[in-house]
Write a protein that binds this ligand. Sequence first.
Ligand SMILES: Cc1cc2nc3c(=O)[nH]c(=O)nc-3n(C[C@H](O)[C@H](O)[C@H](O)COP(=O)(O)O)c2cc1C
Length: 152
Amino acid sequence: MVKNKILILYHSQQYGHLHTMAEAVAEGIQKAGAEATLFNTNHSRFNIEAYRHYDAVAVGSPDYFSYIAGTLKTFLDDWFLAKSREPEGLVNKPVALFLSYDRGGRARQSLEMLFSRLGKQVGSIVECDGEPDSAVRAACEDLGAKLVQAIP
Ligand SMILES: Cc1cc2nc3c(=O)[nH]c(=O)nc-3n(C[C@H](O)[C@H](O)[C@H](O)COP(=O)(O)O)c2cc1C
């Protein structure tokens, strides 16, 4: 049987908090029987054409000045332009969200508002203040499993 493919797109740069959360999301996805691909947008720009091959997406951002990280905004800009040319494979995928911050967290609004364009949000956003603890990692795992279940 062909496994569902899920993209975990995140920006992690300062301490690796988003990377830790992304790995936990991946674990939940794999335990639920799907394939997870981790992509840190801080390392390189995601090739938007590749997005067509995924069944669902999890997006994780740090709070940067009460907004999402710029590299994730670039992803959205690329997505919008590609969708305008050819929407097939780019629209209506289930979306799960996770956010990391340091005593702030106001980026939640932009993360939810902007990424709702990709498709229906699955579960609630997982938020983490500071270093992800075992409860946050468990919530991320759970989110990954919910995302797999939401694939039609
Ligand atoms: C440029 C920059 C701007 C930031 N702005 C905020 C902010 O406005 N509010 C907040 O709560 N945290 C802010 N932070 C803290 C990060 O969101 C937080 O440390 C996050 O966990 C980093 O994730 P990472 O370790 O995966 O890179 C900022 C960090 C950086 C580097």
